[in-house]
Design a binder for this molecule. Structure first.
Ligand SMILES: Cc1ncc(COP(=O)(O)O)c(C=O)c1O
Length: 620
């Protein structure tokens, strides 16, 4: 008699594959789902090794079983070896992360192989071997699965248990795909599972004449069309904010180290952060400042922009882009945006140039770079300084060049919710040594020598005031965050790219929603995911749409109220409604959906479900 593991694995493998294929055919064009357990996933993995396409279909539906899969799979010597060589397929890693992101997570580890299973689980969680949490006695009576291990993650507030979170996941996925029903199969002798599905009103539709794993299979179905109509309660338990920072132990420890070091203002860590940032964007100079706003202001001061001068920028931006122009006594001139990317239109810039124009501030809205070739050509022709407002664009690329060296000056924001955060902060990059030196001095009172140069063992007490400068420096506490946030940028971007793709794919069939238009020649930094509502096809306006999403516990925001519609700008510069029709039309329909690396794929799915529900409820 073979051991349990071998038996399950080898015997079930072929049966399950047939089951998958049969059920798939049976349930199409609806959505096929099944919950067959760990050995099923082990079998699927085996199948995957020979046929990469095959697993992709199952990936979404089955992820709740992944840890079970690990338990099942590692008992096979070949797969165990490949697992521990960390030859994880990207798909399996994605599955692992999705599972970990669930609000309720219970791991089932095969008793005899608990140590190995835990090692594999730790690998998925990215924690290294780690310590195994205390096991709770198993309750489902399955003979060889002796331990249920709680990960200490908050239990689902709605209903408890893996079955619940799986079924919720199934339903969410099916809704996302616009399916009318969800079907799943359980073994007839799995009384616990059957009771569960019956308790949540799944209907028993077929009892398979074929057996699998020695038991009759029962298929349950949930009719989503009825349920969707009757559902009124919000789909999420907790509010999902539109933006949030993603900080980890590396940042906490570095801040602590700084606090303990005794040097907490601008010093060696700020210098280090500047060097690392310059390396990241491949710029010759990087100057850390207290905010992007401060950086934009310094760039204008160093560029000697002042009273009588005009600076062209976008109406679809945050107020600080233009406020700093006003602080210089210069005049902000707005040029309308492109209807596709929402970024400033080079043609509109050209129309706004006068003999007084001295600078252009293109704003890379949401993290998508502006048409910099065209803008640079216009600037060169008219002798204009170009200062990129890259507040959203850390990590963005324009034609394979990372944003930071394209124009005279580039300014980044490290505000709490930006791609890279230092709480508050910013960075100026430039290739111009003279401008760099001037901005470096201006950021700290305009004095010739910063405190680190004066008070450290290498320093001298003497300094001179060269300009009436500002107090715009970064501190080493902020830089402590920045150093580690920078190291995580590419990973953050990878996560956001994946989430953005999930949104875009999920909304493809909704004519009421236009996802962001991303140009082929850019790498979008995905600070924001801005959808545009087609209000003609909806019975709600944008504010009602946002309110409906808030009732679903999904937070959103609007980027931005066009500058020329703010009272100060109207009054001071005589702007009025109708001046920038493209920006205004865009503004009426835009909503920024949650997008940040701290979100889980489950969160993204919640947003998708909520958006689809709100659209369905307000479709004209
Ligand atoms: C486009 C744009 N520019 C500038 C800023 C100002 O950044 P900071 O808060 O770092 O001064 C922001 C902030 O949100 C922004 O969105």
């Amino acid at each position: 008699m073979p051991g349990w593991d071998e038996y399950r694995y080898q015997k079930i493998r072929q049966d399950h594959l047939q089951q998958v294929v049969a059920l798939h055919e049976q349930c199409l064009p609806g959505y096929y789902l099944t919950q067959l357990g760990s050995s099923f996933l082990g079998a699927m993995y085996a199948w995957y090794l020979e046929s990469p396409e095959a697993i992709a279909h199952v990936a979404v539906a089955e992820d709740g079983c992944l840890v079970g899969f690990v338990a099942g799979t590692i008992n096979d010597a070949t797969y165990r070896e490949s697992l521990f060589r960390k030859t994880w397929s990207p798909m399996l890693l994605a599955l692992g992360r999705r599972l970990v992101s669930k609000p309720a997570l219970t791991l089932r580890l095969v008793a005899e192989r608990k140590d190995l299973a835990w090692q594999a689980v730790s690998t998925i969680l990215g924690r290294g071997p780690g310590e195994e949490p205390e096991a709770k006695p198993g309750s489902d009576g399955e003979p060889s699965t002796a331990s249920l291990v709680s990960m200490g993650v908050k239990p689902s507030a709605r209903r408890s248990g893996v079955g619940t979170s799986l079924s919720e996941l199934f339903v969410a996925e099916a809704r996302k795909r616009g399916c009318e029903r969800v079907t799943l199969s359980v073994r007839a002798d799995n009384v616990r599972a059957r009771r569960f599905y019956e308790s949540i009103h799944w209907e028993e539709v077929t009892r398979s004449s074929k057996t699998y794993h020695g038991s009759v299979s029962i298929t349950y179905q949930k009719d989503l069309s009825d349920e969707q109509k009757s559902e009124t309660a919000s789909m999420r338990e907790e509010f999902l904010p539109p933006l949030a920072p993603c900080l980890g132990d590396e940042e906490y420890n570095e801040v602590l180290d700084t606090l303990k070091s005794g040097w907490i203002t601008m010093g060696p860590k700020t210098r280090r952060f500047e060097e690392l940032f310059a390396e990241y964007v491949r710029s010759s100079h990087a100057i850390a400042v207290s905010s992007c706003t401060a950086g934009l202001h310094l760039a204008l001061v160093a560029g000697e922009i002042g009273p009588g001068d005009e600076v062209i920028t976008s109406p679809l931006t945050f107020c600080s882009t233009a406020n700093v122009v006003v602080h210089r006594g210069a005049t902000p001139i707005l040029a309308d945006v492109r209807p596709d990317t929402f970024n400033i239109s080079p043609d509109e810039i050209t129309k706004k140039i006068t003999p007084r124009t001295k600078a252009v501030i293109p704003v890379h809205l949401a993290g998508q770079p502006c048409e910099m070739d065209e803008i640079s050509a216009i600037a060169e022709e008219h002798g204009l300084l170009v200062i990129e407002d890259a507040a959203h664009a850390t990590g963005a690329k324009y034609k394979d060049r990372i944003v930071g060296t394209i124009s005279d000056v580039t300014v980044f924001s490290f505000y709490a919710t930006k791609n890279l955060t230092t709480g508050e902060g910013g960075m100026i990059t430039t290739e111009d040594a003279e401008l760099a030196e001037k901005m470096r001095i201006l950021r700290l009172h305009g004095i010739s020598s910063d405190a680190w140069k004066r008070y450290s063992d290498r320093g001298s007490w003497y300094y001179e005031v060269l300009f009436p400068g500002y107090k715009y420096n970064m501190t080493d506490i902020q830089a402590s965050l920045g150093i580690h946030q920078l190291a995580k940028q590419e990973k953050f971007l990878e996560d956001k790219q994946r989430y953005a793709k999930m949104y875009t794919d999920a909304f493809r069939d909704l004519p009421e929603i236009a996802p962001p238009a991303v140009k082929n020649h850019v790498r979008h930094a995905w600070h924001l995911y801005i959808i545009r509502l087609d209000l003609e096809h909806l019975t709600t306006n944008r504010s009602q749409f946002i309110e409906a999403l808030r009732k679903e516990n999904i937070g959103t925001s609007v980027h931005f109220i066009p500058l020329h519609l703010h009272p100060y700008y109207k009054k001071r510069f005589g702007f009025s409604k109708g001046d920038f029709p493209v920006a205004e039309a865009i503004y009426d329909g835009i909503v920024s959906l949650p997008l940040y690396p701290r979100m889980s794929e489950r969160d993204v799915e919640d947003v998708i479900r909520a958006v689809r529900k709100v659209v369905a409820d307000s479709r004209r």
